[in-house]
Design a binder for this molecule. Structure first.
Ligand code: FAD
Length: 543
């Protein structure tokens, strides 16, 4: 597929002037997936996101493309099987973005869930995971000798280690995956724009026939004509339903999840790990990411403001406690170099006291006026959710469009890139990616464009944030080609600098504001205000 133009001004022009079959509200992974599914069925499709792509939950996940081993404990066999099938499709359709990740599961004396505490129960769970679809990754789980486990993670507490297993799942930068799905939808012909909020519905004879919008940067108000609307607004989906139905349905129970980042050198885990949480039935993931490791996640019911979930000192201690109890590292809050908090858009479940026990399934609801709402689900299952939502939208559009085709739609950048293979690496520090490996992993077959830009613009090859692998050219590319419109877009989502090193990113932000200002024609006052706005975002992630 050719490189796509991802032009906001052109998309806004189309939104004001064209008629659409399907208008998608929300530019998280679900909305981006819906837009791609709809446009590849031959439907005239538009997508609007009120802030930035993936600025909601879809940039704040654990970044695992997985079936979810723990959902087997909850007997969610169908969910796991569906998610594992989707994992495999993503490995094939986005091989540049998805990495296969071996997970070490230590059996630790006296701690954890039933599954984690007893080797035979754990082994049975891993067999079930393989049989439910895990095996499609090309390797089944295996037992690891204690010496081998220590070789891969020298900081594990040997005196408490009773055994270890390795199984395989996958990892992807969630915000980049979301952006790539949205760009792929645009490349197939969808009109896609960020910073456009839905504020109301236009109805005729009790059927929706349009949506009222406001651009959140300039305040322009206009109406978009659309025969069907898909509400994919994540934890805000009930708010959008209320605009249509007149009453707030309260169908969701947001659950907060926090992650913290520490230097890789502290834990030296060359495999990802699943560690039990002392005194809780849950486990946490410990995931190497370049020369950092992140630890997550908490899972607590949340009743605060949806726009600004924050990590708390108690969240951080919960995560570090799990690491302390399985390793010899006296890790504490001072070791944390970054953190992020997100809200899971879970469906309210009768009789389930803990959010960790609420199902990760999704639901599709069609209102009497013709608004299809898709809620729940996971990053991994976005394609399936999107197909179900567009099936429902298509029922409102008799005679329009084909069946879903996205099982075989490859994402932009995947051209010529083979699917990654599952393997256990040799023990030792993760290899430092070269400049071209770094670009290939982020842009796939589109990396040449960024490489050429880095060689053309002044200082393009210099680091964007000292100590992190991103280049200044990537910020410029983000503005020119990926619809980035703020310092936060560049440092939180187009790159993941803020999640990897909060203080270094905060220090680099004024220079990044200058770069973005130059591209977008901001004056000095705007540049200062944008840098200050980012400083506030950073300050909010201190606990
Ligand atoms: P969102 O990403 O929140 O997108 C909704 C979008 O709608 C937002 O960008 C918002 O700005 C926009 N919007 C809202 N109102 C309007 C409006 N009026 N007009 C226009 N736009 C609007 N899943 C996995 O598969 N693997 C994992 O490892 C994993 N880990 C997770 C860890 C945590 C801590 C959390 C919180 C979730 C995790 N998930 C994981 C789940 C996954 O991240 C979510 O299911 C998914 O990101 C939800 O995407 P979404 O598009 O539905 O919602």
């Amino acid at each position: 597929m050719a490189r796509a133009s991802f032009d906001r001004a052109a998309a806004l022009h189309r939104l004001r002037n064209d008629d659409f079959d399907v208008l998608v509200v929300g530019g998280g992974i679900t909305g981006a997936g819906v837009a791609l599914d709809a446009v590849t069925r031959g439907l005239r499709t538009a997508l609007v996101e009120r802030d930035d792509f993936a600025s909601g939950t879809s940039s704040r996940s654990s970044k695992l493309i997985h079936g979810g081993l723990r959902y087997l404990d909850q007997r969610e066999f169908r969910l796991v099987s569906e998610a594992l099938a989707e994992r495999q499709r993503l490995i094939e359709n986005a091989p540049h973005l998805v990495t296969i990740l071996p997970f070490l599961v230590p059996v630790i004396a006296g701690e954890g869930t039933r599954l984690r505490r007893f080797a035979p129960a754990l082994r049975a769970g891993l067999w079930l995971y393989d049989l439910t679809g895990g095996i499609r990754i090309g390797r089944r789980h295996q037992r690891l000798a204690i010496d081998d486990a220590i070789a891969h993670v020298p900081t594990l507490a040997r005196d408490r280690l009773r055994g270890a297993f390795v199984y395989f799942d996958a990892h992807a930068d969630d915000a980049r995956l979301t952006l790539t799905v949205a760009r792929t939808a645009a490349a197939h012909g969808a009109a896609v724009a960020n910073r456009v909020a839905v504020e109301g519905f236009v109805k005729h004879a009790d059927r929706v026939e349009g949506v009222r919008m406001r651009t959140t940067d300039t305040g322009e108000v206009f109406t978009v004509r659309a025969r069907a609307v898909v509400n994919a607004a994540g934890i805000w989906a009930d708010d959008v339903r209320a605009l249509d139905e007149g009453a707030h349905p309260s169908s969701m129970q947001p659950a907060k999840g926090v992650h913290v980042t520490v230097p890789w050198s502290l834990l030296r885990n060359d495999l990802a790990m699943v560690l039990p949480v002392p005194g809780d039935a849950r486990s946490v993931f410990v995931i190497p990411w370049g020369d950092r490791t992140y630890i997550g996640t908490t899972d607590t019911a949340y009743g605060g403001p949806l726009d600004s979930p924050r990590s708390s000192a108690a969240d951080v201690q919960y995560l570090l406690g799990a690491v302390r109890s399985a390793t010899t590292v006296a890790i504490d809050a001072d070791d944390v170099v970054a953190s992020w908090a997100g809200l899971r858009p879970l469906l309210r479940g009768a009789g389930r006291a803990r959010t960790a026990d609420l199902s990760r399934r999704h639901a599709v609801h069609t209102s009497p006026t013709g608004v299809v709402t898709v809620t729940g689900g996971k990053l991994t299952t976005y394609r399936r959710m999107a197909a179900d939502a567009v099936d429902a939208a298509q029922r409102l559009l008799p005679g329009r469009g084909e069946p879903s085709a996205t099982k075989a739609v490859r994402l932009l950048g995947s051209e010529g890139i083979p699917a990654p293979a599952a393997a256990i690496p040799d023990p030792g520090p993760p290899p430092r990616p070269t400049r071209s490996e770094h670009l290939a992993h982020r842009y796939g077959s589109e990396a040449d464009a960024v490489d050429a830009l880095a060689r053309t613009i002044p200082d393009g090859d210099a680091p964007l944030v000292p100590g992190l692998p991103y280049l200044k050219a990537e910020a410029v590319h983000a503005v020119r080609e990926e619809m980035a419109g703020s310092v936060d877009d560049v440092l939180s989502r187009r790159t993941r600098a803020l999640l990897l090193d909060r203080d270094a990113t905060a220090a680099a932000a004024p220079a990044v504001a200058t770069l973005v200002a130059h591209e977008l024609g901001w004056d000095a006052a705007r540049e200062k205000a944008e840098a200050a706005a980012f400083a506030e975002i950073v300050a909010a992630e201190r606990w």
